[in-house]
Write a protein that binds this ligand. Structure first.
Ligand SMILES: NC(=O)c1ccc[n+]([C@@H]2O[C@H](COP(=O)([O-])OP(=O)(O)OC[C@H]3O[C@@H](n4cnc5c(N)ncnc54)[C@H](OP(=O)(O)O)[C@@H]3O)[C@@H](O)[C@H]2O)c1
Length: 329
C-alpha cells in the first residue's frame, strides 16, 4: 500500500557497493525527440509514482531534471510518499562538465534544477570530455577533448564525500576504464549504466562487473521497442520474444524486462509515458521465465543499437568504436 492506502507495485531493491538500496526497475526520462514540458512530464511521473515507481533516471543532457523535481515535490504534497528518502533519483554529468573543476558546480546546478539536497546516484554519463559550454551531443569533432578519467572521478568522489551524491558511478564504461578507476580511485563505482537489451546482452561486461562488485543497470532495455521516428526500423528480431510472450500471456515488453531482471545482478531503466504501458512494465515481479525461455533469448544475434559513433573521431581520443568500448565494440 502507498501512503494514501492505494495498492501499488512494490519494486524489489538491490544493495549497491555504497551500502545504499536501489529499486531494480527504474523509470527513464530521457527522450529521443521532443521532451514534454516540465509540468506535463511531472504529471506523467506522478502517474508512475502512483503505480509504485520510486527510482527515476534523469540527466543534465535530458532537460528533465526540473520535471523530476516537480514530481517529487508534488508526490510529497499529495501524500503519495511520506518522505523524499523513499525516492531513488539518478542524474548524470554531461561531457562538457567532465573537467575536474566543473564536476561539483555541475552537480550543484543539477540539484538546483531538481530542487533536492542530494541525488541518490550521480553518474559520469559517457567517458568523454567536451569543451566547456558545448550543448547536446557533438555535431563537430572539434569539441572533443581527451578524457581525464581520474581527474573527473576524483571530483565525483568529492561529490560523494560532501553527501551531495549518496552513490557515484559511471555510464557507458568498458572494462579497461573501469579497472583504471578501481586501481587508482578511492571509492569504487557503484553502478555502470549501459545499453542492455535482447540485442546487446553485455555478457562480458556483466561478468567483469559482477567480479568487481559493480552493479550493471540496463538502459534502453526494450531496445526502443514501440519507439517512433528513427527507432521504427526493426532493430531487434522480436519473433522469439513474441512467441514466449504469447505462450505466457505476457506482453513483449514484460518478457524483455523480466529476462533482464531475472538474471539477478542487473537492474533496468525503462521508459513509457503511457499509463497503461508503464503499469504493464512494472508487472514483472510475480512470475518467472523458464530456463529454456531464458536460453532462447540468449540466442538472439548480438549487436549494439546505439554505439555512440558521435564520440569517435580519427584525430580524437577514440579512433574507433573498439577504442571507445575497450575492445568490445
Ligand atoms: N546512460 C545512457 O547513456 C542512456 C542512454 C539511453 C537511455 N538512458 C536512460 O534509459 C531510459 C530508457 O531507455 P529508452 O527510453 O531509450 O528505451 P526503452 O525503455 O527501452 O524504450 C522506450 C520506448 O519503448 C516504448 N515502450 C515502453 N514500454 C512499452 C510497452 N510496454 N509496450 C510497447 N512499447 C513500450 C516507449 O513508448 P511509449 O512512451 O509510447 O510507451 C518508448 O518509445 C531513458 O529514458 C534514459 O533515462 C540512458
Amino acid at each position: 500500500m502507498d501512503a494514501r492506502g492505494k495498492k501499488a507495485v512494490v519494486i524489489p531493491e538491490v544493495v549497491l557497493s555504497s551500502g545504499k538500496k536501489m529499486p531494480v526497475l527504474g523509470f527513464g526520462t530521457g527522450v529521443f525527440g521532443k521532451t514534454p514540458p516540465a509540468q506535463t512530464l511531472a504529471l506523467i511521473l506522478l502517474d508512475a509514482i502512483e503505480l509504485g515507481y520510486r527510482h527515476f533516471d534523469t540527466a543534465a543532457l535530458y532537460g528533465t531534471e526540473e520535471a523530476v523535481g516537480l514530481a517529487v515535490a508534488q508526490a510529497l504534497e499529495r501524500g503519495l510518499v511520506k518522505s523524499r528518502d523513499e525516492f531513488f533519483i539518478t542524474s548524470k554529468l554531461w561531457c562538457p562538465d567532465a573537467h575536474h573543476d566543473l564536476v561539483l558546480p555541475a552537480l550543484k546546478s543539477t540539484l538546483q534544477r531538481l530542487g533536492l539536497e542530494y541525488v541518490d546516484l550521480y553518474l559520469i554519463h559517457w567517458p568523454v570530455r567536451m569543451k566547456p559550454g558545448t550543448t547536446g551531443v557533438p555535431t563537430s569533432k572539434d569539441v572533443l577533448l581527451p578524457f581525464d578519467i581520474m581527474g573527473t572521478w576524483e571530483a565525483m568522489e568529492e561529490c560523494s564525500r560532501l553527501g551531495l551524491a549518496k552513490s557515484i558511478g559511471v555510464s557507458n564504461f568498458g572494462t579497461k576504464k573501469l579497472s583504471q578507476i578501481l586501481d587508482n580511485g578511492t571509492i569504487p563505482p557503484a553502478v555502470n549504466q549501459v545499453e542492455m537489451n535482447p540485442s546487446w546482452q553485455q555478457e562480458k561486461l556483466r561478468d567483469y562487473c559482477k567480479g568487481k562488485g559493480i552493479h550493471v543497470t540496463a538502459w534502453s532495455p526494450l531496445g526502443f521497442y514501440g519507439a517512433a521516428a528513427w527507432a521504427t526500423k526493426p532493430l531487434i528480431d522480436y519473433a522469439i520474444i513474441k512467441d514466449i510472450a504469447a505462450a505466457k500471456g505476457k506482453s513483449v515488453a514484460q518478457v524483455i524486462l523480466r529476462s533482464i531482471i531475472q538474471q539477478g545482478d542487473v537492474s533496468a531503466i525503462s521508459r513509457s509515458f503511457n499509463k497503461e504501458r508503464m503499469k504493464d512494465n512494472a508487472q514483472i515481479f510475480d512470475w518467472e521465465l523458464t530456463e529454456d525461455e531464458m536460453n532462447k533469448i540468449k540466442e538472439i544475434p548480438q549487436r549494439r543499437l546505439n554505439a555512440g559513433d558521435f564520440f569517435v573521431s580519427e584525430d580524437g581520443q577514440y579512433k574507433s568504436l573498439d577504442d571507445l568500448w575497450d575492445g568490445n565494440p
